[in-house]
Design a protein around this ligand. Structure first.
Ligand code: ASN
Ligand code: ZN
Ligand code: CA
Length: 333
């Protein structure tokens, strides 16, 4: 018996045809990514416990693009995990969620009509439902990167999942969900500052969240206020998502990859963006070296300023932009 590292073909639901890491064992191919810490992708086949079965078969082609073929969402999940792994390694120099080179695993086809996806620290794994009518699996790039980033946050800052730290935890997953999607540069799923625009979670094609103006979802907040720690963490994330958009792209109107944005500031003062490449480095450095389990919005301001100072200097335009972007969401000195 022998094993070989392979590169298979994934026919995904959302990202077209992609190459995904696989393993050949004898005459059987497995969705085990030997180049990325042996990340594995399992089929729960609508069950809700255990790991189900590792995707495997006689050829190295996974799915046909339709959600009714159970391999298709498996290909999306494998691709999303692969991209997220590559992003953290190539952009931030981190090898895996714990930085130890060890992969996690993904489970797809969780339950029936299950409209969610989640990370679990206890299994060190991600799980994806198939969405309404089992027709919209929650396996788009941004959702996969969002869930995998919950693992990163748990293993670094450890931001408590309630109150303001919970909002920052959620925002961290949205921020890197977006940056991984840009990193992927996939023509079928171009980068944007929207979360979940592919998975039709609202039934009318609208995204789950908007980073340029979070209140567009009807529930998220655009700016910090003293009671924000008592709302759902998926809504108290809004100001930090908005901070990241402002820091990257600046306030006002802009069109990127065909998507139009219009980002306001709470004080009405303009913010000049420094670009996503710098903004993501600042957030990552703050998350991994400044934030703790109890970091709140004021602490996130302090932490990102410290990170920007270390990366670019305290007299830099980048440092000033961080100050302005926090002021734009009403987090002041
Ligand atoms: N999909 C959700 C999230 O990652 C699941 C949850 O509420 N924890 O935030
Ligand atoms: Zn989340
Ligand atoms: Ca997106």
């Amino acid at each position: 018996e022998w094993e070989a590292i392979e590169t298979g073909t994934g026919n995904t639901v959302y990202s077209g045809q992609v190459t995904i890491g696989s393993t050949q064992s004898g005459s059987t191919y497995n969705l085990t990514d030997a180049s990325r810490g042996n990340h594995r992708t399992y089929n729960l086949n609508r069950g809700t416990s255990g790991t189900g079965t590792l995707f495997s078969g006689p050829d190295d082609v996974w799915g046909n693009g339709s959600p009714s073929n159970l391999e298709s969402a498996g290909a999306d999940a494998a691709y999303g995990a692969q991209l997220t792994w590559d992003y953290y390694k190539n952009v931030h120099g981190r090898s895996g969620i714990r930085g130890d080179g060890v992969g996690a695993y993904s489970r797809v086809h969780y339950g029936n009509n299950y409209v969610n996806a989640f990370w679990s620290d206890s299994c060190f794994c991600m799980t994806y439902g198939d969405g309404s009518g089992n027709a919209n699996p929650l396996t788009s790039i941004d959702v996969a990167a969002h869930e995998m980033t919950h693992g990163l946050t748990s293993n670094t800052a450890g931001l408590n999942y309630s109150g303001e730290s919970g909002g920052l935890n959620e925002a961290t997953s949205d921020i890197f969900g977006a940056t991984v999607e840009f990193y992927a540069n996939n023509p079928s799923d171009v980068g944007d500052y929207l979360i979940g625009e592919e998975i039709n979670i609202n039934g009318n094609g609208t995204p789950l969240r908007y980073m340029d103006k979070p209140s567009k979802d009807g529930s998220s907040k655009d700016s910090w206020y003293s009671g924000i720690g008592s709302i759902d963490v998926h809504y108290s994330s809004g100001p930090a998502n908005h901070f990241f958009y402002l820091l990257s792209e600046g306030s006002g109107t802009k069109t990127i990859n065909g998507v139009s944005y219009n980002s306001p500031t709470s004080d009405g003062l303009p913010v000049t963006g420094i670009g996503r490449d710098k903004a993501e480095k600042i957030w990552f450095r703050a998350l991994t070296t400044k934030f703790t389990s109890t970091t709140n919005y004021a602490g996130a301001r302090t932490g990102t300023l410290a990170a920007a100072g270390e990366l670019y200097g305290t007299t830099s335009a980048e440092y000033t932009a961080v100050q302005h972007a926090w002021a734009g969401i009403a987090v002041g000195a």
